[in-house]
Each structure stands twice: as C-alpha cells, then as structure tokens.
Design a protein around this ligand. Structure first.
Ligand SMILES: [Zn+2]
Length: 99
C-alpha cells in the first residue's frame, strides 16, 4: 500500500459533488492510501512524495501510520485484539471493514 505524505482535510474531497465532513470525534485530517504507486501518483499529481506502507496485521490502520499520533497500540472493542492506529480509535480495521 502506498500513502501520499500529506494530510488532507476531509472537505477537500467530494462525493457526487458534496464535500465530505470530518468524522465526529475522529481525525480532522486524513492521509490517502492506495494499493499501487501509480494510483497514488495519479491522485496526488506530481510533486507529492508517496511512501510504501506495510501493515503488520490486517487489524492495523495503515493510513494512520504517517500521522504523529497514528502509531498507538489500541484494543478493539469488538474483537478484543490489539491493533496499531490513531490514538482513540475504538475498533480495528478488520472489524471496521466487516459489513
Ligand atoms: Zn477488531
């Protein structure tokens, strides 16, 4: 996975013409993460540095890693396993992805 090393505010993204809003109580900025370097460069345009990220487990919030507060060890409220991510995240990425 590849991250663009710049924090963006949520409202810089639009879906169907509507700006996204920051999650309640969540991070006010995000770092975009992509499967391939080509996708990261296509999104960010030239001039932004993209770095490769390696999740330790599928529970980790890889997109949080570049953030200064993104490498805390948390305990998931749903599955009870530990994961790495932003301070204050309640559930792991694996549980978050479950429908
Ligand atoms: Zn979990």
């Amino acid at each position: 996975m590849w991250a663009v090393m710049k924090a963006f505010s949520w409202d810089s993204l639009t879906v169907m013409g509507m700006p996204l809003q920051a999650p309640d109580g969540g991070p006010q900025r995000f770092i975009p993460v992509f499967d391939t370097l080509e996708q990261a460069e296509a999104w960010a345009g030239p001039g932004y540095h993209a770095i490769e990220l390696e999740p330790r487990t599928e529970r980790d919030w890889v997109a949080d890693f570049p953030d200064e507060n993104g490498n805390y060890q948390n305990k998931c409220e749903q599955c009870g396993e530990t994961f790495i991510g932003c301070r204050g995240r309640a559930i792991c990425f694996a549980c978050y992805k479950k429908p």
